[in-house]
Design a protein around this ligand. Structure first.
Ligand code: ADP
Ligand code: MG
Length: 597
């Protein structure tokens, strides 16, 4: 710029340019237009809000928002487009007690600066026959007059970003924008269950909620009744903050934080600090890469919340943040502790969340083979000894039964397929436990609890030799120091070979060449979870390989001991990979399956 000297003088930008620059902060993309218009409708006391998006040729053509709120007088309908025109605050002090979503008076002016808006409005209860229609293009009023329109307000935005080429690209990412719009509307609908939202794209409905006083109804409308029925209610009230809403049991999770919805005083915000507090509340119930589904509303004394820190108000600043965080954490932890966390058996259609592993419907006919006495499996001696050893190993280090175990006492009924333990709870539910996943959880927690460098190591009677290809040998060589900290003693033994002299005690039996090979294969293999620490990687592999395997026949006594050990874990309901260790069939479900209703 310096080269063309003529530009290098200071001048004041004209108002249209100022507005376009300001618009960039508020209306980044089409979804921001939707957000601003819908928030205005909410502020206007609407009971029903319709959002209609039209697209053609893969680009958004128009965004319409129709409400049955207060509407505007003919004068206000024009004034609303002036920058910093607002009916919501008078002075900055009003922000301390603000109840509305808007207050900056910038949205309509900003959107008008970069599009063509047609506004039709009629004031509620004005008794006027006609309403007002204003057309404004690039911030310039094109027409203003009377029109026939119902009470409330309709805003239609067309030619968005026609004069800001850089932002036009957003109109082309149609699918992305449409799903962003759905996302923001879900959030607004959940924060305002008392308003009915209807959102359609080219006439196809994407979201529909009915007016309800119950948040759970809105959740059920958006995510399905099955999800809603699994959620755990949260309610916690302190003098300056109350936390209410719903959270998912740990068995229902996402791989990111996208479904951790939090509103503060009716405003959906993204607050890393509140999210962190929620996760603290879950504690070890969720493993590291898992995130819950939450719909939490925080009501905080308005004087403690500064909402004026972000142009699109996505962030807020909280006073007394430590207390607020503690309140959130405690509310989540209390709700979880009070609830029964064993996932309920579900059929396939019922769940919309990716995390659910559901059963396969029976498609193939049964093959009936003639009964043979030999099919009744007796526990083999070798099998029992191995299981015995594995169980004893984890028994030694299992802690005392916590006062409040997450897991109810269960009566073992038997074992099925060498994989599942069947048990009954005092409440009369049937529980299926995956014995491998359960033992894996037990081992995982015990290993994790051991301090690093305190090697619970035992020497092998006979060292095991590992031969590896050059690549795997390289990976293994890198791992040696970490492996040693976990109780392995491994020496290099010529080119690409290693001598294993000792292994962690928890792995037990001494003649386990296969086991050692499996562990080393896992640790050098492609499937290793790279996003976690080395120690975590090694712990998980040891737990997985060292645990009782699926297909091992266990005696009733062994099943009982396994369940007792599981009861002592912090998180008995999922294995370290996040798969469930058990599922529940309630009496009612079984009755329903047998049509005993
Ligand atoms: P803000 O919402 O921050 O006040 P806006 O630019 O979004 O600023 O709106 C300016 C004003 O226009 C609002 O304060 C309100 O008085 C009026 N207004 C906007 N949308 C509506 C609507 N849907 N119904 C009634 N009044 C509205
Ligand atoms: Mg507004």
């Amino acid at each position: 710029m310096g080269e063309t000297g003529g530009f290098w003088t200071i001048h004041i930008l004209d108002p249209a340019t100022v507005n376009m620059i300001a618009a960039g902060e508020v209306v980044e993309r089409p979804v921001s237009v939707v957000k601003e218009l819908v928030e205005n409708a909410i502020d206007a006391g609407a009971q029903t809000i319709r959002i209609e998006v039209l697209s053609s040729g893969g680009a958004i053509k128009s965004i319409g928002v129709i409400d049955d709120g207060t509407g505007m007088s003919p004068d206000d309908a024009v004034l609303a487009f002036t920058p910093h025109a607002t009916s919501k605050i008078h002075t900055i002090a009003d922000l301390d007690t603000i109840q509305t979503l808007g207050f900056r008076g910038e949205a309509l002016a900003s959107i008008a600066a970069v599009s063509r808006i047609t506004l039709s409005t009629k004031q509620r209860g004005s008794g006027a026959v006609a309403g007002t229609k204003v057309v404004i293009e690039g911030g310039v009023i094109r027409s203003h007059g009377e029109t026939g329109t119902p009470e409330g307000t309709m805003v239609v935005v067309e030619d968005l970003f026609y004069n800001t080429p850089a932002r036009k690209k957003f109109l082309k990412n149609l699918n992305t924008e449409i799903s962003h719009i759905t996302g923001i509307l879900e959030g607004l609908a959940l924060a305002h269950p008392q308003i009915s939202f209807h959102y359609s794209h080219n006439g196809r409905e994407h979201l529909a909620t009915e007016r309800s006083s119950r948040l759970l109804d809105t959740i059920a409308r958006i995510f399905g009744a099955f999800i809603a029925s699994d959620l755990i209610a949260v309610h916690h009230a302190l003098p300056f903050v109350s936390v209410s809403g719903y959270i998912s049991p740990p068995s229902l999770f996402r791989k990111n934080q996208s479904r951790m919805l939090v509103s503060i005083n009716g405003r959906y915000i993204s607050s890393p600090s509140v999210n962190a507090a929620i996760l603290e509340g879950y504690g070890t119930l969720l493993s590291k890469e898992r995130f819950p589904v939450t719909f939490l509303s925080l009501n905080i004394n308005t004087a403690l919340v500064d909402i004026n820190v972000h142009p699109a108000k996505k962030l807020v600043r909280l006073s007394r943040e430590p207390e607020i965080r503690a309140a959130v954490r405690d509310s989540v932890a209390t709700a979880l502790l009070a609830s029964d966390l064993i996932p309920v058996m579900r059929s396939k259609e019922s769940s919309t969340f990716e995390s659910r592993k559901t059963t396969r419907p029976l498609q193939k006919p049964y093959n009936h083979t003639p009964f043979q006495a030999s099919q009744i499996r007796e526990t083999t001696h070798a099998g029992t000894t191995a299981t015995e050893y594995q169980l004893r190993q984890t028994e030694l280090s299992s802690g005392v039964l916590p006062v409040q175990s997450m897991m109810p006492d269960m009566d073992v009924i038997g074992q099925f397929g060498g994989i599942y333990i069947l048990a009954a709870t005092p409440a009369g539910d049937l529980i299926l436990i995956d014995q491998h996943a359960a033992h894996e959880r037990i081992m995982y927690e015990q290993i994790s609890a051991q301090e690093e460098n305190v090697r619970h190591s035992q020497e092998l009677l006979e060292p095991v030799i590992l031969h590896r290809n050059a690549r795997d040998a390289g990976v293994l060589r890198d791992l040696l120091p970490s492996l040693e900290r976990e109780g392995f003693l491994i020496e290099e033994f010529g080119r690409d070979s290693f001598l294993v002299r000792a292994i962690p005690v928890i792995l037990g039996r001494l003649e386990q060449t296969d086991l050692i090979n499996e562990i080393m294969d896992d640790l050098t293999g492609e499937d290793l979870q790279r996003s976690v620490s080395r120690r975590e990687q090694i712990t998980r592999v040891i737990a997985c390989r060292g645990a009782i395997k699926a297909g091992t026949v266990c005696s009733g006594e062994q099943c009982r001991r396994l369940l007792q050990q599981l009861q002592r874990t912090k998180n008995p309901f999922s294995c370290p990979h996040g798969r469930p260790t058990m599922v529940r069939f309630s009496q009612e479900q079984l009755d329903a399956m047998f049509l005993r209703t």
